[in-house]
Design a binder for this molecule. Structure first.
Ligand SMILES: [Ca+2]
Length: 393
């Protein structure tokens, strides 16, 4: 087992000071592993939450998957997968991760545990993959998690065709508990592709857990359409999760300026991009194809942010009766650098709150773990893994 390659700066400083102290104190103060930094209070409309920096010094972390035995898997966009202990210890990069195309917005993206992870130790990874000529596409693999790395790495999905474009790869996984994995993607900034059913850009796809195509997918048997597709007309979908209360799939979509969306994607439906949007180009120019906020035959957004937060990962917080944040949807904001909490009544958004504004960091992913806490990663050069303990009511 290699030693951790990252020492949290605060710990390094603590150790430096420890050197000036009497020997007996130094021995007692030396941690076996980097200790978590002290928790601090976080104000919320629903009471006081608690924030702890579990680890820092991560390079643009993109996803966090809490492990059932404690600890976490965290991806770094440059291509590393690390295990982080419940005590904040950060492992060396795990071996066996596929080569990724870390250019533009591409690189190592999502990590998720298979529904039967406790028995199988299988994990899912999504990433940007290059071909020999420099074209790239969103790709998904599963693998078995061992102590030092991954084994039995199997690529089970490739976005086709590969393109000469470096942005809008997506991507997140979600599992429906009925033997399917969903993979969100972006349109790679080639807007018209989101409506072309023979291409996989701008599509949400649904596969069996081994990567085969389910016979009941909406476009199976339709000439000129890819059978992997579940829904289409998506711009860049970087959040995906099932609502445990309703079993409905939710999707967050990083939109154009003024057009970030939450959708509840249904099979075979068209979610409109780029014809239907509330936004304009980041240049300030209109989107050439846009016809308005709604159009016959296309699904309007379920919820729209008309000032763009720059949405990324998302998680439902449910099944916590008596807790003030019960029935919330959390979304990471990249551009506004905070954590969004949407209060839900059924599927309806009835209130909105921003958290962690004073942290000032791009929140790339948020997950709810079995311990009832939220875990986040910040997409920064000095990226952090954060634990957020909800108000107890
Ligand atoms: Ca849309």
């Amino acid at each position: 087992m290699r030693l951790p390659v990252i020492v949290a700066p605060a710990i390094a400083i603590a150790l430096a000071f420890a050197g000036c102290r009497p020997a007996q104190e130094t021995a007692a103060a030396t941690p076996a592993a980097p200790a978590a930094e002290p928790a601090r209070a976080v104000a919320s409309e629903q009471g006081e939450a608690k924030l702890t920096v579990l680890a820092r010094g991560l390079s643009h972390p993109w996803a966090v998957a809490p492990l059932p035995e404690g600890g976490f898997l965290v991806t770094e966009r440059g291509g590393n997968l690390r295990r982080i202990g419940a005590d904040g210890s950060v492992s060396a990069p795990l071996a066996g991760v596929p080569a990724v195309a870390a250019r533009g917005q591409g690189g190592l993206l999502d990590v998720a545990l298979a529904p039967d992870f406790a028995q199988s130790r299988r994990i899912y990874l999504s990433y940007a993959e290059a071909d020999g000529s420099g074209l790239s596409g969103t790709t998904a693999a599963y693998a078995t998690l061992g102590d030092a790395g991954l084994g039995e790495v199997t690529v089970f999905y490739r976005q086709e065709p590969k393109l000469n474009a470096e942005n809008h790869f997506g991507s997140r996984f979600a599992f429906d508990g009925q033997g399917h994995v969903f993979i969100s993607q972006g349109e790679r900034t080639e807007r018209p592709l989101a409506h072309q059913l023979d291409k996989l850009q701008g599509k949400l796809v649904r596969l069996d857990l081994d990567g085969s195509v389910p016979a009941d997918n909406p476009f199976v048997g339709q000439a000129g359409a890819r059978p992997e597709i579940w829904s289409y007309g998506h711009r860049n979908s970087q959040g995906l999760a099932f609502d445990p209360r309703t079993g409905k799939l939710g999707e967050s979509e990083h939109g154009p300026r003024g057009g970030d969306e939450v959708n509840l994607p249904q099979p075979g439906r068209n979610y409109g991009w780029p014809l239907v949007t509330h936004g304009i180009n980041y240049s300030g120019q209109p989107i050439p194809e846009a016809v308005g906020k709604e159009k016959e035959g296309m699904e309007p957004a379920h919820f729209v942010f008309e000032v763009s937060p720059g949405l990324s990962g998302m998680a439902f917080y449910t099944g916590q009766p008596g807790k003030p944040w019960n029935d919330s949807l959390f979304l990471g904001s990249l551009a506004q650098r905070n954590l969004i909490r949407l209060q839900l009544d059924g599927d309806r958004v009835v209130a909105e709150e921003r958290l962690l504004q004073d942290l000032g960091e791009r929140i790339r992913d948020v997950r709810v773990a079995a311990d009832g806490n939220l875990y986040l990663v910040t997409d920064e050069a000095d990226g952090k893994l954060l634990k957020l303990e909800p108000p107890q009511g």
